[in-house]
Design a protein around this ligand. Structure first.
Ligand code: AMP
Length: 233
């Protein structure tokens, strides 16, 4: 039997990065951590979709790139994250989901975090590529951002959110074709970001994302506790 974990009720994980390929479960897991620790999720994908919905200049610029599965330019994404990090709810920590995705973004983030109380910890969620396609094409999302999967985590009633009865939607970029483009961008650019954080061995851990959602949450939670209990000497 594994050892019981320390009580997490008074534990604040500080700034946490969830890293991994499209479909590994960053968004799903971030939402669980938000519930448990009361710190916000900052998803650059969600922020960009919000801009797109509101037809802001950034949203209009990002629209075509997102539809093709390509990255939005670093400067624009960094600026967007900078203004989100200024909000007071990030004071005790936050979960960055989908950022940084390039080395340039990672280096920029290092500069932003200098004044922060705790160093960032990075958790890389790992799922075999063959599983990701099913995850991506099966994904359905409620307008409030609840994430389902028609194969592995279906709603009770097809197409309807269990919690608020709203109609589930499929992301426009959750198609087979765009998935391959997104994987290409991940392999070309984000894989190096994971190596960047792996080099800080005591602030980095890998978690197996190819398990039940709750088991992944349990592993991330225990990983965060371990990473924070063994700070850099
Ligand atoms: P996601 O919801 O994280 O899968 O992101 C959806 C899309 O938004 C990505 O395919 C990119 O086009 C764009 N995007 C999200 N986060 C970033 C980022 N950190 N850097 C560049 N583009 C991003």
């Amino acid at each position: 039997m594994s050892k019981p974990l320390p009580n997490a009720s008074d534990f604040l994980p500080g700034p946490v990065l969830l890293l991994g390929a499209p479909g590994v479960g960053k968004g799903t897991q971030a939402k669980h951590l938000v519930e448990e620790f009361g710190i916000p999720q900052i998803s650059t994908g969600d922020l960009l979709r919000e801009h797109r919905k509101n037809h802001t200049p950034l949203g209009m610029m990002a629209d075509e790139l997102m539809a093709k599965g390509q990255f939005v330019p670093d400067d624009l994404v960094n600026q967007m994250v900078a203004s989100r990090l200024k909000q007071p709810d990030t004071e005790h920590g936050y979960i960055l989901d989908g950022f940084p995705r390039t080395l340039n973004q990672a280096e920029w983030l290092d500069g932003q975090l200098v004044a922060y109380l705790l160093p960032v910890v990075a958790v890389s969620i790992v799922v075999p590529e063959r599983v990701l396609l099913e995850r991506i094409t099966g994904r359905r999302i409620s307008p409030a951002g609840r994430i389902y999967n028609i194969y592995t985590n279906p709603p009770k009633v097809e197409g309807i959110c269990d919690v608020d009865g709203s109609k589930l939607e499929q992301r426009a970029d959750d198609t087979v074709e765009v998935f391959h483009e997104r994987m290409k961008a991940f392999n070309q650019k984000t894989a190096a970001v994971i190596e960047y954080y792996r080099e800080h061995g005591n602030r980095f851990a890998e978690v197996n994302g190819d398990q039940d959602i709750d088991d992944v949450t349990r592993d991330i939670r225990s990983t965060l506790l371990k990473l924070r209990h063994h700070p850099e000497a």
